[in-house]
Design a protein around this ligand. Structure first.
Ligand code: AVJ
Length: 315
């Protein structure tokens, strides 16, 4: 039997083009980070997670490997594990056994790739009840009735929450609390650490993150028809301590004109397009944010260096 798949909101091409062109006309220009993840971008991100400088993925994995059993003892009762941004479902799959998961709901923007991931998962976990949901959960978190009426454990690993400003993160957590239906949240959050460590993770000497950043322009070229030339743009990544975030930008290496159907924008050499914020939290501040969002019974685990945090909270 094939896992069930439900696509809830497939964004229409016109809306995508409008959002992108609005961002390109903005001052400063910006491209939302969700556009990093076309087919090549997803592979480049996977390569980033293998870089020695990119500590978050392996640090988080080590925290789960070490503390999954302790987490399992503290979990609120839940009927479904809901994986937000499931991708290849690999991180959640490692929790199926320790957490005794019986129903798995994998959520990602598009179900296409999710279907392949679930087909593979099905062979390894034949008795698991699974559902794939295509949903842009950054905008809203209304899961379909098929996800079940009982309490849910929402799983949001990888510090994906770092793309949200603190205000947007609070709004997201409030929606997550409602969607948990009395269950809980298990979330991975990247923490404040020495600037040199942070900056190396986003400006690796191999240039994989630079390629990942520049590739967003190829994606925008395809979906919005803007005639970006990738060689015109340089990768810029730095830690903004005042905002507690890594910022990524693309910087024009010369004066460039970008044209699209019905418009254009000129960028002077040195002008930037803001492509990503990756917020870094302090444990106490993130715990306070969870409480403000209505969560309680907080627990958290970190690695020995305190570089990454995993938080568990009751909805
Ligand atoms: C997927 C948002 C967690 O912010 O570290 C990695 C994305 N950007 N390198 C992060 C990313 C550049 C990543 N998140």
């Amino acid at each position: 039997m094939k896992p069930r798949l439900i696509q809830l909101d497939r964004a229409d091409p016109g809306a995508i083009r409008d959002e992108l062109l609005r961002g390109l006309r903005d001052d400063p220009a910006a491209i939302p980070p969700k556009y990093f993840y076309d087919a090549l971008g997803a592979r480049l991100f996977a390569a980033i997670t293998e870089l020695p400088e990119y500590y978050p993925t392996r640090t988080e994995a080590a925290i789960f490997a070490r503390h999954a059993d302790a987490m399992a003892r503290l979990l609120p009762a839940f009927e479904a594990l809901v994986d937000l941004g499931a991708g290849n479902c690999e991180k959640a799959a490692r929790l199926f056994a320790p957490f005794g998961v019986r129903r798995y709901v994998a959520v990602d923007i598009a179900v296409d790739y999710l279907g392949e991931s679930l087909d593979i998962l099905r062979r390894q976990h034949p008795q698991l009840d699974m559902l794939g949901v295509g949903l842009d959960f950054s905008a809203h978190l209304a899961l379909p009735a098929e996800a079940g009426a009982g309490p849910r454990l929402l799983f949001y690993p990888g510090s994906s929450i770092g793309n949200f400003t603190p205000a947007a993160a609070l709004a997201f957590l409030r929606r997550a609390r409602a969607a948990a239906q009395g269950g809980g949240l298990l979330i991975g959050v990247d923490l404040v650490k020495p600037v040199a460590v942070l900056e190396a993770a986003y400006a690796d000497p191999l240039g994989v993150t630079a390629a990942f950043n520049r590739n967003v322009l190829a994606h925008v070229r395809r979906v919005a028809g803007a005639d970006f030339s990738l060689a015109d743009w340089g990768h810029v990544a730095f830690y903004n301590a005042g905002e507690s975030r890594i910022e990524m930008h693309l910087e024009a290496v010369r004066d460039v004109a970008v044209r699209w159907p019905g418009g254009e924008r000129r960028f002077a050499a040195g002008e930037r397009i803001h492509t990503e914020n990756s917020y870094k939290w302090r444990v106490a501040d993130f715990a306070a944010l969870l409480v403000e969002a209505g969560f309680r019974d907080l627990h958290h685990w970190t690695d020995d260096k305190g570089w990454f945090g995993v938080f568990l909270a009751r909805a």
